[in-house]
Design a protein around this ligand. Structure first.
Ligand SMILES: [Mn+2]
Length: 211
């Protein structure tokens, strides 16, 4: 029996040019989840972020909430500026690892960055899982120590799907995770099969759709 099943939180929606879905739950025995996410509609696109507050439980949740608030309130579509501002705001917390992506709906690009170990993959429509794009992660902790910041911009096409997941999720290497599945089917599959009991866990899937 999974005692933590009631703490699973899921949501799916459409925002701007993406269809998205998330699933998250705290470490077994914890009340609060230190993993959090943001979907924010901006002038030309959508900002998507996943953060993991260091450790787990209440203090982790405080750090991740602060990170999300900071990203929500800072007006920029530049991943580097967003991370720098977040870093300033997290100075008095235990810090967080952060990955984020700005999807420009008109230019049809994704501009993404990762500090720490929130993994990101971009599933290209019609391309096997093997040939997905991986987010390049640089070691560091936002609020504590930043690496040299570098974001990468890639073109996207209708149907391309971004998946972010925290380290409370076992790595998946399967063709089951593909653009043939809807975002909510992807997050359901991963939360059912890959969530670890030993840490907070969060997975987010976002599919780009041309208007
Ligand atoms: Mn974690």
């Amino acid at each position: 029996m999974n005692l933590n099943i009631s703490k699973l939180y899921t949501a799916s929606d459409q925002s701007g040019c993406i269809d998205w879905s998330i699933a998250k739950r705290p470490k077994i025995g914890e009340e609060e989840c230190g993993d959090d996410f943001l979907i924010k509609i901006c002038k030309t696109g959508v900002l998507i972020a996943v953060v993991d507050g260091l450790g787990h439980g209440k203090n982790a949740a405080t750090a991740s909430r602060k990170a999300i608030d900071s990203l929500k309130n800072f007006n920029s579509d530049n991943p580097i500026s967003l991370v720098k501002d977040c870093h300033q705001n997290l100075k008095n917390t235990r810090g967080a690892v952060v990955s984020l992506a700005y999807i420009d709906c008109k230019e049809e690009t994704i501009n993404w960055i990762g500090i720490g170990n929130v993994h990101g993959v971009l599933l290209k429509k019609g391309v096997s899982y093997q040939h997905k794009e991986n987010l390049y992660l640089r070691g560091g902790v936002v609020g504590y120590t930043l690496p040299v910041l570098q974001s990468a911009m890639l073109p996207i096409v209708h149907g391309d799907t971004l998946v972010f997941h925290t380290d409370g999720v076992k790595r998946f290497y399967s063709d089951e995770i593909s653009t043939k599945k809807k975002p909510n089917e992807i997050t359901e599959l991963i939360s059912n099969n890959n969530f670890l009991d030993s840490d907070d866990a969060l997975v987010l899937a976002a599919r780009f759709k041309r208007k």
